[in-house]
Structure formats: structure tokens, C-alpha cells
Design a protein around this ligand. Structure first.
Ligand code: FAD
Length: 379
């Protein structure tokens, strides 16, 4: 593994820092407060090539590897984790599903629009009663001549309201049978397809999360992705890669909270010296640095394998589990280091604290990651 930052990574970091200073950082607090999804930022990220990072250039994407992808997510998440989450959901899930499993026609039709962010993508697996146990889903897709007819709903879906297109996983056979699940592309405006309640969330408030509803929603039969019955396997394979992006998101939060703490602890004077000179605070900073480097090593191990098209079920879950747990611990310590100011909105750490918790839940909870890891090491 080569740990040197490449020219591409440098270019992405520099580009995001410049872009963020103008279009993200000044607005983060108000977006969080108002729970505002800044769709225009994503349109601009599309112009920068960050909404189709992994998509080959022939489909309008940037054609980068996972190395550049996780660099972009981390850098955006240091500024605003909500932007990192939405960018990751668009790239890894909706776009990623079509890229990995779509037909040539589907790729040509949808990937250029998604890569430029002319269209924002959503991806629906979770339902009210089936989150971790997603194979037990209730949403159905029944064949009717040249159409599939969908009924049911998906909840906690990123971009469920603002998305122009959704990849939706639905049951096409017996309930509970993972081989009776298929995936479909549904465009906004299709009769019977609507969005429902927007979640009022603890954190990640600028990333839109809402419900998708299907009421006798008829879509052309060619909108199925791959073969009937392949949807659940596709979703699980996709999440292997998606979890790497959540690890990067977590690491961005951890680094943001750490850097803010480092700065504050050198400036804040108590008992006649900077608080960083009190060993209790210095040790917290040391623990943060160790955790960040350890998480980064796990992340790069997963990325290295992903770039070589090797299986990343184990490595992706390890990176996701560890980085997300560490992000929460670091965000908690960052608030502590800032004292009362850490509890106020004058500093970013209270937001990192709230945002970090999503990382141990989305794309498979920490408990589910441990189940995946245990299965892999015990096989
Ligand atoms: C902000 C946000 C954005 C999201 N975006 C999307 C999206 O775009 N698309 C999408 O499809 N979903 C999305 N989700 C849903 C997310 O993936 C689920 O919330 C997550 O998978 C957990 O499912 P659940 O909420 O139903 O929890 P549950 O599955 O009900 O879990 C509740 C608790 O039980 C534990 N648990 C469950 N099963 C086991 C077990 N076998 N052993 C031990 N413990 C267990 C869990 O770890 C957890 O602690 C999003 C969620 C959030 C909060």
C-alpha cells in the first residue's frame, strides 16, 4: 500500500477547500438549524465532477478510483457531514447500483444525468418494519404485462423528496425469501410514486431523509435492474462498497472534531496555561490521534482491495464499524475539550457530536457490522 497522497487527491482536497469556503462553511449552521437540504450545492458539486466520482468518463463521470472517492467524502464531511452523507448516498447507492448492475441502456440513459447532478438520486431498501432485517420487506412489485406494479413504502430514504430518480428494492415473490427480491428504477413524476413524511432528525439535518410511497405505481418492465430475484444480492454487494463511504464520512467527522479540539485546546487558557498543557486534555488529544490513524489504516486497507476489485465484505464492515464508533467517541471528547462552549452552537463540535451518531446506524448498524465480521472470520 502506498500512503503518499497522490496528485489527484491533492487536487480534490484543494478544490473542496476552496469550494467549501465559498459555498458550504458560511451556511452550515443555518442549514442545520432549518433542516434545509441545499440542493444547489449538489448541482455545483456535479459541475466539479463529485457526483459521479466512480462513473467512467464515457458515461459522463470522473472515472476516479475509491481513493479519490473517499478523499472527497472525507474532505466534504470535515466541513459539513450532511453534505458528505448526501454526496455518498447519491454516488454509492443510487448511481452505484445502476453502474454496477444496470444494463448498457440504463447506464447510458441515467449515469450522465446523475454524474452531472442534473438528477439527484435516491435508493430505497429500508421500510418501517424492516431495517436491519431488510429481506423481510413488504413493498411488492407484481408483473402485469409489460409493466411492474409497485405497492408499499420505504422510509428513512436520503433524497426521497428532492430526488429525481430512485432505485427501489421490492419483493417480487414470497415474503422472507431473499431470492424473491428485485431492484427497479423509478423516475420522479411516475403516477403512483410520491414522497411522504420528512424526518426531523438529531443530526445530519441538512441531508434530506423522508419516505417514498408506491400506490399502484406502474413502471415499464425494462426498468428492472438485472434479473428478477437478484435485487437483494445486488443490494448487499452494493452496501459492501457503501460502507467504505460511511467509513470515510466517519473519518471526516473525526478529523473535523479533532482539528477543532487541537486548535481550541492551544488557545483556551485555564489555570495560567493552555488546556492542551493539562495532561488530561493532552491524553484525550493523543487518544483521538491514535484512533484516527487506526481508522484510516482500516479504511485504506478496504479501499486498496476495492480498487483491485477484490471482495471487501470483511474489510468494508471493519472499516465502517471502527471508524463510526471512533467518530462518536472523538466527537464526545471534542465537546468535553471545549467545555461549555462545546455545548453551544458557537463551535462546530456540538454538530459533529450529533452528526456522528448516524454513522453507527446508516448502511448497517454497528451490531450488524459485527454480525457480518463474525460470519466472515468464522467461515
Ligand atoms: C439519516 C438516515 C439516512 C438513511 N438513508 C437511507 C437510504 O438512503 N436508504 C435506505 O434504504 N435506508 C436508509 N436509512 C436507513 C438505515 O439504513 C436504517 O436505519 C438502518 O439499517 C437500521 O435499521 P432500523 O432503523 O430499522 O433499525 P433496526 O433494524 O430496527 O435496529 C434497531 C436496533 O436493533 C439492533 N439489531 C437489529 N437486528 C439485530 C440483530 N440480529 N442482532 C443484534 N442487534 C440487532 C440494531 O443494531 C439496532 O441497534 C437511513 C437512516 C438514517 C437515520
Amino acid at each position: 500500500m502506498d500512503f503518499k497522497i497522490s496528485e489527484n487527491q491533492k487536487m480534490i482536497i484543494d478544490m473542496i477547500q476552496k469550494f467549501g469556503a465559498q459555498y458550504i462553511s458560511p451556511f452550515v449552521e443555518q442549514w442545520d438549524e432549518k433542516q434545509f437540504f441545499p440542493i444547489e450545492v449538489f448541482k455545483k458539486l456535479g459541475q466539479l465532477g463529485l457526483m459521479g466520482v466512480l462513473v467512467p468518463e464515457k458515461y459522463g463521470g470522473s472515472g476516479f478510483s475509491y481513493t479519490e472517492y473517499i478523499t472527497a467524502i472525507q474532505e466534504l464531511s470535515k466541513l459539513d457531514p450532511s453534505i458528505g452523507l448526501s454526496m455518498a448516498a447519491h454516488n454509492s447507492l443510487c448511481t452505484g447500483h445502476i453502474l454496477q448492475f444496470g444494463s448498457e441502456d440504463q447506464k447510458q440513459k441515467y449515469l450522465p444525468k446523475l454524474s452531472s447532478a442534473e438528477w439527484i438520486g435516491a435508493w430505497g431498501l429500508t421500510e418501517h418494519n424492516t431495517g436491519s432485517d431488510s429481506a423481510g420487506m413488504n413493498t411488492t412489485a407484481i408483473k402485469d404485462g409489460d409493466f411492474w406494479v409497485l405497492n408499499g413504502s420505504k422510509n428513512f430514504i436520503t433524497h426521497a423528496i428532492s430526488g429525481d430518480i430512485a432505485v427501489v428494492i421490492a419483493r417480487t415473490g414470497d415474503k422472507g425469501d431473499s431470492r424473491s427480491i428485485s431492484s427497479f428504477i423509478i423516475e420522479k413524476g411516475t403516477p403512483g410514486f410520491s414522497s411522504g413524511k420528512k424526518e426531523n432528525k438529531l443530526g445530519m439535518r441538512a441531508s434530506e431523509t423522508a419516505e417514498l410511497i408506491f400506490d399502484e405505481c406502474r413502471i415499464p418492465k425494462e426498468n428492472i435492474i438485472g434479473n428478477e430475484g437478484d435485487g437483494f444480492i445486488q443490494a448487499m454487494k452494493l452496501l459492501d462498497g457503501g460502507r467504505i463511504s460511511i467509513a470515510a464520512l466517519s473519518l471526516g467527522i473525526a478529523k473535523g472534531a479533532y482539528e477543532a479540539s487541537l486548535k481550541y485546546s492551544k488557545e483556551r487558557i485555564q489555570f495560567g496555561k493552555p488546556i492542551s498543557q493539562h495532561q488530561a486534555i493532552a491524553f484525550k488529544l493523543a487518544d483521538m490521534a491514535i484512533k484516527i490513524d487506526s481508522a484510516e489504516l482500516l479504511l485504506y486497507q478496504a479501499v486498496n482491495k476495492k480498487n483491485k476489485y477484490e471482495a471487501v465484505t470483511l474489510d468494508g464492515s471493519m472499516a465502517k464499524y471502527y471508524s463510526s464508533e471512533v467518530a462518536v467517541q472523538i466527537a464526545v471528547d471534542a465537546v468535553q475539550i471545549h467545555g461549555g462552549y462545546g455545548y453551544s452552537k458557537d463551535f462546530p463540535v456540538e454538530r459533529f457530536y450529533r452528526d456522528s451518531k448516524l454513522c453507527t446506524i446508516g448502511e448497517g448498524t454497528s451490531e450488524i457490522q459485527k454480525i457480518v465480521i463474525a460470519k466472515q472470520i468464522l467461515k
